[in-house]
Design a protein around this ligand. Structure first.
Ligand SMILES: [Cu+2]
Length: 65
């Protein structure tokens, strides 16, 4: 389980954009997103670094927690 805080993820559209970016990296990834907490939890074989990069490329600012 890899977890990020994404402060600029504010609505369902953000969440689906991030979900899509992660699934492009690893189609089998499972995401648990909390908009209220600005948290993204990812169960994936991708590395933390690659996930961070994918979320950044989608236009968001993930921080390690
Ligand atoms: Cu949004």
């Amino acid at each position: 389980m890899i977890e990020f805080k994404v402060s600029d993820m504010t609505c369902g559209h953000c969440a689906s954009t991030i979900t899509q970016a992660v699934k492009e990296l690893d189609a089998g990834a499972k995401l648990d997103i909390s908009l209220a907490e600005h948290r993204v939890r990812v169960d994936s074989k991708a590395t933390r670094e690659d996930l961070l990069h994918a979320i950044s490329q989608a236009g968001y600012t993930p921080e390690a927690v």
